[in-house]
Design a protein around this ligand. Structure first.
Ligand SMILES: Cc1cc2nc3c(=O)[nH]c(=O)nc-3n(C[C@H](O)[C@H](O)[C@H](O)COP(=O)(O)OP(=O)(O)OC[C@H]3O[C@@H](n4cnc5c(N)ncnc54)[C@H](O)[C@@H]3O)c2cc1C
Length: 409
């Protein structure tokens, strides 16, 4: 049982922060929990912002993560609109933007990730947006009411989802992406081609291998000019060119690569300071990786809270997972693979339902992409966790159960 006079400060009330706070209480933490966020909206879920919320299918209330009353009942203090501006790791205290100081016994950094910006000429024009917050989503929704042509810069997951959403809303959509194929840096060229054709078959204008050099307009954006001299007329631009973990806090003192480096218990390089979710880099199968996705943020927040409460009790071993919805396709990606040795398809791409595997030199599955095949999710997760070589002939045969594909099974 914890000391009731102890304080845990959680910076960030996103998925990781909220789940950490709830887990602390659920597991019997008796001290004070302060959940501080610079955003002034009640905690909400981000994935619907590019999908159901943008489409008008769900309301703000429906994407709220927790109500104020619920958090009050749990004795979780929610400090909204309050940014943690500095932390003293020796005195174990934090200063907030309103001048308040808080002393803590444990600090959890759950600061998420920030958006990469595209600082080209004309970026200050009205009608150019990024999407991260509820306020961003509301501003884009409002703008869409009165316009026809939308340009999406970046064909990553958010860009692709937005293109799909805008098309459903009846807009004329152009995607501009600097790499020749969308998502190829994560999913490989074959899948990049698949997703390029998917956009095109849905009537999206795709400009690949080109970049934005200027936004033009008179106060409002009217046109994009690309490096190859193309001109794209548009009344709104949404930029989705990637994210970077928010690691401004204790930047000089902590071990940081892409995110805060943590061990399997979520501890950073400083005592009593933890990190979880998008802002962290954690060990998975011998490497430190960063995953800026929902499922990881939730699992990691819960796991790190457990380790705050019962020190070093529960190593984090979840297989990374994320999903994305594009047009009528549900993509699910499990594992993590950057330098796969080979890929293998199970099912038929043309039928729009298949699983695509990324394997190492020993035919061990490092990662898998499922397209409209949620039924394979549990088996795929298990295969990745097992880290055993698979039989490629069996794996490519959709009639063979996935659990029968392990080479020596
Ligand atoms: C539009 C959109 C769609 C998405 N769709 C999907 C999807 O389909 N599938 C999927 O797997 N993932 C998706 N994601 C990603 C997913 O939402 C994130 O991975 C997840 O929200 C990360 O949770 P987090 O708690 O680590 O960080 P965040 O949700 O980013 O929360 C971090 C919080 O910390 C706060 N903060 C930061 N610094 C400070 C500070 N110094 N002081 C106080 N507060 C601070 C921020 O205001 C923020 O509220 C999507 C993200 C977006 C933006």
């Amino acid at each position: 049982m914890t000391n009731v006079n102890a304080t845990t400060l959680i910076v960030g009330s996103g998925i990781a922060g909220i789940h950490a706070a709830e887990t602390l209480r659920a597991k019997g933490y008796g001290g004070r929990i302060v959940l501080a966020d610079r955003d002034s909206s009640l905690p909400y879920d981000r994935p619907p912002l590019s999908k159901e919320f943008m489409l008008g299918e769900v309301s703000e209330d429906e994407i709220a993560l927790k109500t104020e009353e619920y958090l009050q009942e749990l004795g979780i203090e929610l400090w909204l609109g309050e940014e943690v501006v500095s932390v003293d790791s020796k005195k174990q205290s934090a200063v907030l933007s309103n001048g308040k100081t808080l002393e803590w016994d444990k600090l959890l950094l759950a600061t998420g990730s920030g958006l990469r910006k595209l600082p080209v000429k004309g970026s200050e024009l009205n009608g150019i947006y990024y999407l991260k917050t509820l306020a961003d989503a509301n501003a884009i929704k409002e703008k869409l009411k009165n316009i026809e042509q939308v340009a999406v810069v970046g064909a990553g997951f958010i860009g692709a989802e937005l293109a799909s959403t805008f098309k459903k809303l009846g807009k004329e959509v152009t995607i501009i992406e600097w790499s020749p194929l969308p998502l190829a840096h994560i999913l490989g060229d074959e899948m990049g081609e698949y997703f390029l054709k998917l956009h095109q078959s849905e009537g999206i204008r795709t400009i690949m291998g080109d970049s934005v050099t200027e936004f033009k307009g008179d106060g409002e954006v009217e046109e994009i000019v690309t490096g190859q001299g193309k001109s794209i007329p548009c009344q709104a631009v949404i930029i989705g060119v990637g994210v970077m973990p928010n690691t401004q806090i204790l930047n000089e003192e902590l071990d940081i690569e892409r995110g805060y480096i943590v061990n399997e218990f979520g501890e950073t390089s400083l005592p009593n300071i933890y990190a979880a979710g998008d802002c962290s880099m954690w060990p998975f199968l011998g490497k430190h990786i960063s995953i800026e996705h929902w499922d990881h943020a939730m699992n990691h927040g819960q796991n790190v809270a457990t380790n705050i409460l019962e020190e070093n009790s529960t190593p984090y071993e979840a297989v990374p997972y994320f999903w994305s919805d594009q047009y009528e396709k549900r993509l699910q990606y499990f594992g993590n693979s950057k330098n796969w040795n080979r890929t293998l398809i199970r099912g038929d791409k043309d039928e729009g339902e298949f699983s695509y595997f990324y394997l190492d030199e020993n035919n061990v599955i490092e990662a898998a992409l499922l397209v409209n095949q949620p039924r394979n999710a549990i088996s795929v997760r298990r295969l990745i966790k097992q880290q055993k070589p698979v039989d490629l002939n069996l794996l490519s045969d959709s009639n063979v159960k996935l659990k029968k594909c392990v080479a020596d099974a």
